[in-house]
Design a protein around this ligand. Structure first.
Ligand code: NDP
Length: 606
């Protein structure tokens, strides 16, 4: 980390954005994570500058003398930000149509002739309505103006048109800015080109994952039941009958049908999904929390009727095998039906032309049978509710296997933490509608196996481990673990809530204190609050919680820490995928965001 070069209060020369001119400024603050100085110009304008854009005043003294007086006069009159503050500096009136406004980029007065034709809301109206809280990023406003002009030229559309009669200096500035636009175009073209690059190592990578994931799952489960659960101490006398039981498969199907029934119940509200690439907006019924409560009621009835839930524990491997077979059959069905799907309903990854790759990534984006959305149902219901149900079964199994009157503290902690997480997901179910899985990924083996097998059978590894390995922790240790989980949960929840609320209503007065930067597509990006701390604060919270979920299993074996290791890899990879998508969506604006918020997940480290 570099040391700051200029102190607060120091008078230096700062470069005016978008130009090669320097003015006297005072250093206000220095932000260590972004390495940006906040500087104040003589007229009170505050901007953030990089160290490279700041120089000591002494460096200019000799140059100043060499400038001819006439030239110096003309500059000081026309360019100096020390002159009265321009009304056009607030984004509110940045594109308002006065007969003349001050060009923010350099402080010149520009003539603007308006030829009012048809007002295009997306390109012009929206910017006029931006709230006061928006950061006054003058250079980007100017770029956006130029982009609007350029887009209008490209599309030859009849929209409200601003015609600038620039001075000579303006055309220089315009040249610089046009260069930026060209740069942005290259970034976007590169991103579109990258889109064609296959993810997960292409066909070879996904073939490996299709085979390796089930093998890894059974390996983990088999090691977990051994007395010595060391990962290199693996003995398996596994036979087919250990893996397959038709009755178990029947019970598993019953579970899927029960959840499908709850999904179809006319409970909860119906909401719109985000607009898809084909312009359609699908409707979704939000009743996951109802399904969770109904499942809890069904479990209570089962226990009341003295039907032993331990059947699941006793046939655990067979249940995992049933879920695997079901997910494979579902993936084959999804692939087959996708061959008849119209092109505009296919996902980007799924329409690659490679059969195995498409089978893994999923071709169809939102396959439905009538109103039954197969992906949305699989994403949340059988697997997620199955996860907490299996945890409960493991709690009962621990009491039986270890002859306990009450479950262990470790078991209670893991059950409670994970139940809170799942209940939170259902309580905020609508947030899933904007997730990468729903909006971007097709429905294929990756999501089918991931949601139906991987989540319920590997995320429960800690409770499965605790059944077979007695761990007793003190209440002091338990309190520390609870504090850690609370910290993770607060970060996770606050970050997700902040973004979801902002995406729902960017003008929400409760979020007015947050700084944002505009993007050329019209959406804004948060650059303060949680999303100004790191670029994925929600992942940070998730990872802290993951540690808290593993710690109750003690330190005898590494196996129960599998979830923490897996989630770290998953979220690092997911962050890279999301970053890639955001580069496509936001181009240079995303790069600006990355400069402002340089760390991805963990401040100062990653
Ligand atoms: P995120 O909730 O992190 O959303 C990423 C999107 O947010 C971006 O594509 C962008 O979309 C928007 N965004 C990014 N930066 C900003 C910003 N500065 N201002 C405004 N919007 C921004 O995506 P995920 O679906 O990956 O994660 C959702 C949650 O699920 C997370 O909490 C994650 O931890 C959790 N998760 C858990 C997993 C598990 O197995 N336990 C697995 C995967 C996720 P746009 O601009 O288009 O709105």
């Amino acid at each position: 980390m570099s040391v700051r070069k200029y102190d607060s209060g120091e008078l230096v020369m700062g470069r005016w954005p978008g130009s090669c001119l320097y003015y006297e400024v005072q250093i206000v603050t220095f932000d260590v994570p972004t390495q940006l100085y906040t500087v104040r110009y003589k007229d009170g304008t505050e901007l953030e500058l990089k160290e490279n854009d700041i120089k000591h005043a002494a460096a200019f003294r000799s140059k100043k003398r060499s400038v001819s007086p006439s030239r110096r006069r003309s500059r000081s009159r026309s360019r100096s930000p020390g002159r009265a503050r321009s009304p056009a500096r607030t984004p509110k009136n940045a594109l308002q149509p006065p007969s003349q406004i001050r060009d923010l980029t350099k402080g010149d007065i520009l003539q603007i002739h308006l030829t009012p034709l048809k007002l295009h809301e997306y390109k012009v109206g929206k910017r006029n309505g931006e709230p006061e809280g928006i950061e006054k990023n003058v250079a980007s406003q100017r770029i956006t103006q130029l982009k609007v002009e350029q887009e209008m030229e490209n599309n030859n559309e009849k929209v409200l048109r601003y015609i600038f009669n620039p001075r000579k200096e303006d055309s220089i500035t315009k040249g610089i800015l046009k260069e930026e636009i060209a740069k942005e175009k290259i970034v976007k073209e590169k991103a579109v080109e990258n889109r064609k690059v296959l993810e997960f190592g292409g066909t070879i990578g996904v073939s490996f994952m299709i085979l390796a994931q089930p093998v890894l799952l059974y390996y983990l489960l088999l090691v977990c039941v051994q007395k010595d659960a060391s990962i290199f101490n693996f003995h398996s006398g596994l036979t087919v009958s250990d893996l397959w039981n038709t009755t178990v498969f029947g019970v598993f199907l019953l579970w899927i049908f029960l959840q499908a029934l709850f999904y179809l119940l006319p409970l909860g509200k119906i909401t719109d999904g985000v607009p898809l690439v084909n312009g359609k907006r699908l409707k979704y019924r939000i009743n996951g929390f109802h399904a969770l409560l109904l499942t809890a009621a069904a479990v209570a009835v089962t226990l009341y009727c003295k039907i032993s839930l331990l059947y699941v524990f006793e046939n655990y491997l067979q249940f995992a095998a049933s879920a695997t077979l079901f997910s494979i059959l579902l993936s084959i069905y999804l692939y087959a039906r996708s061959l008849k799907a119209p092109n505009n309903e296919l996902s980007l990854g799924g329409s690659s032309g490679h059969v195995i790759y498409s089978f893994f990534m999923g071709r169809e984006l939102n396959p439905r049978i009538g109103k039954f959305d197969l992906k949305y149902f699989t994403e949340l219901r059988p697997g997620l509710i199955g996860w907490v149900l299996i945890n409960l079964i493991m709690l009962l199994a621990e009491m039986k296997m270890q002859n306990r009157g009450v479950p262990s503290v470790s078991m209670i902690l893991v059950n409670s933490f994970q139940l809170l997480y799942v209940a939170h997901a259902f309580w905020n179910e609508e947030a899933v509608l904007t997730s990468m899985d729903i909006v971007h990924d097709g429905f294929g083996f990756m999501l089918a196996f991931g949601n139906l097998v991987w989540v319920p059978f590997t995320y429960t590894l800690q409770t499965f481990y605790l059944v077979n390995h007695q761990v007793d922790i003190s209440w002091t240790v338990a309190s520390a673990i609870i504090a850690l989980n609370t910290l993770g949960y607060v970060i996770f929840r606050a970050a997700n809530n902040q973004k979801n609320a902002f995406r729902k209503n960017p003008d929400d007065p409760r979020l007015a204190y947050l700084k944002t930067i505009p993007t050329s597509g019209g959406k804004k990006l948060l650059v303060s609050g949680w999303w100004g701390f790191v670029r994925h604060p929600n992942y940070l919270g998730d990872l802290i919680m993951a540690v808290a979920w593993c710690l109750p299993c003690g330190f005898n074996h590494i196996l129960p820490y599998f979830y923490g290791v897996f989630l770290t890899c998953l979220l690092i990879h997911r962050e890279a995928r999301d970053e890639h998508q955001c580069k496509i969506k936001y181009g240079l604006d995303w790069e600006k965001y990355c400069q402002r918020v340089p760390y991805r997940i963990l401040p100062y480290i990653y």
